[in-house]
Design a binder for this molecule. Sequence first.
Ligand code: ADP
Ligand code: MG
Length: 398
Amino acid sequence: GYRKGGYHAARPGDRFAGGRFVAQRKLGWGNFSTVWLAYDTLLSRFVALKIQKSARDYAHAALHEIELLSAAAKGDPTNSKCVIQLLDHFKHAGPNGQHVCLVTEFLGDSLLRLIRYNRSKGIGLSRVREICRSVLVALDYLHRELGIIHTDLKPENVLLVSTINPSKDPARAGFAPILEKPEGNQYNGTTISFSEKMLKVRARRAVVKISRRRESLGGVTMEMEKERGLDGISMKCKIVDFGNACWADQQNAGEIQTRQYRAPEVIIGSGYSYSADMWSFACLVFELATGEMLFTPKVCQGCSEDEDHLALMMETLGKMPKKIACSGTRSKDYFNRYGDLKRIRRLKFWPLERVLAEKYNFPAPDASGLADFLRPILDFAPENRPTATECLKHSWLN
Ligand code: ADP
Ligand code: MG
């Protein structure tokens, strides 16, 4: 946490980059960073400030993220490819060390919050389709035009786009920026400060004002939308968090992706490419549609999380072809020479379409439509999976 080499403890009113950016409130955090809403006093707009942990490896990762996001910004001058836009970057010296900071456009809530907001019941197929289109536009751009594999696609790393950007007209959106440090503020990173309370009050007032005007607030925060439901939110979204992304021809990590979104070739160690992102994409789509993760592997008696994961995949998708099962550097840990799992013998086959219909009560046409879309992306053979470009043409989306 907040120690040497760790997070920088920012407070509302703190200034960055020679005074240009003023911290407003914390938006989120990850393993590598804290992310703050900040006000850019030079260009009079709100931005997001990602403040990286200071230790050398984190700084290195941030510089790598800057390199990839710069390439993405350069190839997308109209900012229409659904990838978060990097605006600036600088170093900030704090008590815990030097922190690399990324300035990006300010976006709304993550898909994780959207899923939770809907009490894990799925968000409706028309919204799922809308989100699919944005994510596929981003993946198509990263894969085909830039040669980048994201490697960590999951709900936390896809953010909704705010339809009202408070930066364009802060007064109208009810957001007056905090420019001064509140006096007597004993903020220590855990208690809510005076200014944060004020911001919440202002935010609440803003909702009332905005709903009166029947405008949508995008996803500035989901709480603000509670009274009105999600109907006003545009489902355009953007991919964020390029901290683990890589150029396809310069891979250095063997193990990529967050567990539940990890592709089979990564587990068995048979090499990966863009198609690993497509696997995660399919897991993400299932989760949006049902509110639950597609695969939640656990350590079980006598078997590892990896083995349980492979078993779950085969129960939903059928047996992994022997040729693939035995093709990885770690195949021998899991499979015998016949391509059967060594320690998990009995699999209960429950195919995707039936899971959607029987477990999640999808009407038959919805279940078969979604399964038709997802099934090819969940092919055990990475080279058989459709590309993002091909998925965009699928009839389910059109
Ligand atoms: P990490 O590399 O530490 O995981 P992320 O880039 O994923 O950092 O950001 C962490 C969290 O901060 C995100 O999950 C999201 O909730 C929030 N966040 C990041 N960027 C923005 C942004 N531009 N606008 C709004 N919130 C953001
Ligand atoms: Mg993240």
